[in-house]
Design a protein around this ligand. Structure first.
Ligand SMILES: [Zn+2]
Length: 222
């Protein structure tokens, strides 16, 4: 399994599928599962509440069907009272549980599928003809994706460093904006937003920071 706390992997996945997506991968059940099963795992309290509600409904139906037999009905009614109490309790416990909806789960699975991070098997129910999708996470391709991300980040850092090296900057003391020399001359060195005089910015420290970050990439090819 991949290390979801690795900053590069975590950052890449967060941009791709968000925090909910990372939670999904972290809690994905073993083997092939349906989107609804995943959703239940991600919302344990809400899922327990739903289950308790279903039990109440089932008992009510059984009471209706029990008909004449008074003894059966008495027992079922007792069970129903208990089930209703439990359903109420489960409902109260589920209030405020952070929810990842079925819709969100489907969206995440779709994005993962697009990026070849899931395997999906379709199964047709012989009786109903209904299609069920069974999902499995497969993050084998992530190393390749991360390597691509790293190269992109590295290229961006090099580009930024070149830009910082080749320009002189002026900034507004109120932090409205940052202009290169040519732009600053066009505004007569006055901030076009607030009217303050622009001041020269020494970007030496920022450039050093960029150098440090670039050095972290070691001997990556440009
Ligand atoms: Zn300003």
């Amino acid at each position: 399994m991949i290390d979801l706390d690795d900053p590069l992997i975590n950052g890449y996945l967060r941009r791709l599928i968000g925090e909910d997506g990372i939670t999904l991968i972290r809690n994905m059940p073993e083997g092939e599962v349906t989107d609804e099963e995943i959703c239940n795992v991600l919302n344990p309290l809400k899922s327990a509440s739903k289950e308790a509600d279903d039990k109440v409904k089932k008992l009510k139906a059984e009471i209706k069907a029990a008909g004449e037999s008074q003894a059966d009905v008495k027992k079922l009614e007792k069970d129903l009272k208990k089930a209703e109490k439990e359903a109420e309790k489960a409902k109260a416990e589920a209030v405020g549980e952070y929810e990842i909806t079925l819709n969100t789960v489907r969206k995440i699975l779709f994005i993962l599928y697009e990026n070849k991070f899931t395997i999906c098997r379709r199964e047709r129910d012989a009786n109903s003809g209904w299609l069920t999708f069974r999902w499995q996470i497969n993050m084998d391709g992530i190393d390749y994706q991360i390597e691509r991300e790293k190269k992109k980040l590295y290229r961006n850092l090099l580009k930024r460093k070149e830009y910082e090296d080749n320009n002189v900057f002026y900034v507004c003391p109120q932090n409205c904006l940052r202009l290169v020399f040519d732009e600053a001359t066009e505004t007569d060195f006055i901030c076009p937003i607030c009217g303050e005089d622009l001041v020269f910015e020494d970007n030496e420290l920022f450039k050093q920071l960029l150098d440090t970050r670039i050095a972290e990439f070691g001997d990556m090819p440009r």
